[in-house]
Design a protein around this ligand. Structure first.
Ligand SMILES: Nc1ncnc2c1ncn2[C@@H]1O[C@H](COP(=O)(O)OP(=O)(O)OP(=O)(O)O)[C@@H](O)[C@H]1O
Ligand SMILES: [Mg+2]
Length: 241
């Protein structure tokens, strides 16, 4: 399990993914290195979630390769991907409504791959003051924004090296969405790599090092935020905004 410092945490090479007869991803490449924050963008149905599921081993690619810290995904069970330090916060919210905020967080707790326990209950509560105020509330009593915070908090409790967020701000009031962006910034500053899927390219490019745009399952743009911001016509063309 030794890893050289610059070996990618996630490496997707020429991946094709199908759902039955529907060919969704067409030869996608994506590399995530230590400490990098990557924006993954594209209109509805372009394959963003499918790519994330493929990385997590929830959907098996029909071609190409995925390596997680140098391990071929084909030889890993789904739960092993998470054990390799990749935390996935899917679209929608996966919390336990019948458990309290505290219980939800504590049951997710585990050290990172190298034994790190940087993210403790205390640190997560410092990061999410709203959760601290609702520690003994049941998950089902939380607002949508608080549930999203709890889902991210649970992911941090696993001390991941990579955090994958799929539409974390979707449907949230602007003030709450801003809070999520603030947290993304803190996560980035803490050295955790992330892949952030979000429709708001202006917010995304404020915190990402690199951005990837998918159109119909193909990467049509890959570049840093400055480069993307300097090409508003490309944003309009590919993201329709
Ligand atoms: N389980 C499934 N079975 C069959 N087709 C699916 C399945 N999940 C997604 N698709 C199709 O695959 C394509 C890509 O979907 P995907 O969810 O990856 O897109 P997305 O970029 O995440 O979109 P959105 O922005 O709406 O979340 C879409 O055409 C979608 O209808
Ligand atoms: Mg999606």
């Amino acid at each position: 399990m030794t890893q050289t410092a610059d070996e990618p945490l996630i490496e997707v090479r020429g991946v094709h993914t199908h759902y039955g007869a529907s060919h969704i991803l067409h030869g996608v490449n994506l590399v995530v290195r230590r400490g990098e924050t990557i924006g993954l963008m594209g209109r509805n149905g372009m394959g963003k979630t499918t790519l994330l599921k493929t990385i997590m081993g929830l959907v098996r690619p029909s071609g190409g390769q995925v390596h997680i810290r140098g391990h071929d995904l084909r030889r890993l069970a789904t739960h092993q991907v998470a054990r390799l330090g990749v935390a996935y916060v899917p679209e929608g919210r996966g919390i336990f409504g019948n458990l309290s905020v505290r219980e939800n967080l504590l049951m997710a707790a585990r050290p990172g791959l190298d034994g790190r326990r940087d993210w403790t209950l205390e640190r997560v509560l410092d990061t999410f003051p709203r959760l601290a105020e609702r520690l003994d509330h049941g998950g089902q009593q939380l607002s949508g924004g608080e549930q999203q915070m709890l889902t991210i908090g649970r992911a941090l409790m696993t001390n991941p090296d990579v955090l994958i967020l799929d539409e974390a701000t979707e449907g949230l009031a602007p003030l709450i969405a801003r809070e999520i962006w603030r947290i993304c910034d803190l996560i980035r500053a803490s050295g955790i790599s992330s892949i952030i899927v979000d429709k708001n390219w202006r917010h995304v490019t404020q915190i990402t090092d690199r951005n990837v745009i998918l159109v119909k399952g193909r990467v049509v743009f890959e570049g840093d935020s400055q480069t993307l911001r300097a090409q508003p016509e490309r944003v309009t063309q590919h993201l329709g905004v």
